[in-house]
Design a protein around this ligand. Structure first.
Ligand code: DX5
Ligand code: ZN
Length: 223
């Protein structure tokens, strides 16, 4: 099984963002996770299209853009044009999810659906056959540095079962509170993309922290 590590730049030092990205890439980062917040869907503001465009110039790995915004349909094309390879939209804000996923695919990016901790797995039922990845939030979105919600592994298992029932091998990504103490449990539950901000950029050595997180995820899980 291949585990992908996706450092979240939300916790990076933005004064030296290019260097921080290079460090996690040396540490084996598979994706760069970019958290976009609008101050409406989540109570915080972060970054937008121009930053993705700049990151695209320096990053060697694909950009995984997590849209924590209302009306994401308005911004799909700008983000893909700026360099997003994967886009996750929140099911909680989208009236026509099937159409939104199709739009992302037509733009040439991978289309993912994100679920808040309180959102039932069943909300994926009708689109589980077409989604390119599912992002399970293991904290309430909006801030880095929160505590991993213990119920998350059972939710990951339920999402995996739903995707499998529909014959979809799409990966499950997990986001929030991930570190070396819970990474193996998350992988054992069926996730293969781990997003981590604080446990990577909150350390003095993001390169090493990226490597350590992968080792924790794979060794303890025995994969
Ligand atoms: C939370 C964001 C996460 C966040 C994770 O709203 O979606 O990607 O950066 O940060 P940590 O790893 O600190 O929980
Ligand atoms: Zn995120």
């Amino acid at each position: 099984m291949t585990v992908r590590i996706a450092p979240s730049i939300l916790s990076a030092d933005f004064t030296v963002l290019g260097a921080q990205i290079a460090a996690v890439e040396r540490g084996g980062a598979d994706l760069i996770h970019v958290d976009v917040m609008d101050g409406h869907f989540v109570p915080n503001l972060s970054i937008g299209v121009p930053v993705v465009k700049s990151i695209r110039k320096v990053a060697k790995v694909p950009l995984d853009v997590h849209l924590m915004i209302e009306e994401p349909d308005r911004y799909l094309e700008p983000f893909v044009k700026a360099g997003a390879d994967m886009i996750s939209v929140h099911v909680e804000v989208i009236p026509h999810l099937h159409r939104t996923l199709q739009a992302i695919k037509e733009l040439g990016a991978k289309a993912g659906v994100a679920l808040n901790p309180s959102t039932p797995v069943g909300s994926l039922e009708e689109i589980a056959g077409m989604v390119d990845h599912v992002l399970v939030m293991s904290v309430n979105p909006g801030f880095g540095g929160q505590t991993f919600i213990p119920r998350s592994p059972s939710k990951i298992q339920a999402v995996r079962a739903l995707l499998d029932r529909q014959g979809n091998a799409a990966p499950i990504e997990v986001d929030g509170g991930i570190d070396g103490t819970n990474a193996a449990r998350i992988v054992e539950a069926g996730a293969t993309i781990l997003v981590a901000g604080t446990s990577i950029f909150g350390t003095g050595d993001p390169e090493r922290a990226t490597r350590d997180l992968r080792a924790a995820a794979m060794l303890k899980a025995g994969v």
